[in-house]
Ligand binder design. Sequence first.
Ligand code: SF4
Length: 191
Amino acid sequence: MIIGTVCCLRRSDRLRHQTTRPPSASPTRRLCSASRARSHSDLGMPSGFAYGKSMRTVKTCVGQEFCRFGLGDSTRLGVELETRLQGMESPAKMKLSVSRCPRNCAESYVKDVGIVAIEGGRWEIYIGGAAGAHVRKGDVLATVDDAETARQLTARFIQYYRENANWLELTYAFVPRIGLDRLKAVVVEDS
Ligand code: SF4
């Protein structure tokens, strides 16, 4: 669907609401495939790290530009995370997302790392979620006061996962194996 996004951006040069991920099947793909490579290149956009054992794109909800709800700037935090982490190799694929409120339109409760804005300008960080062949709601690693701390703890968790997970061990298996208390101690409390 990012292909559709690119085409739309090329037409209007304006931000446009899209909700699916680059590897998703889409009728738009066929319509726009001819201009795909040139379009991404023109815009300086990677086409997505969708096929390796690595950090995938960071999904966000539509954010303050398109939704009247919301408690934090999800798109800004999503862009910051993706800019910092994109393409990073890992024991298995990692999917992240950021939702601007607990309505959770970016499915943050079921991501490897999902971040949700809550009341008071705070953010909840969920880890170990999954929504594929295996479904698991993530565990709350921490509730923090600002987006910068959420970004730091996300990076710390991912690095710990990269160093300690078994090859092909997804976070939904890694988190219960290590234990949430242990992960909190290492990632949040730096013990
Ligand atoms: S998560 Fe909340 S702010 Fe984001 S699109 Fe959904 S309802 Fe709107």
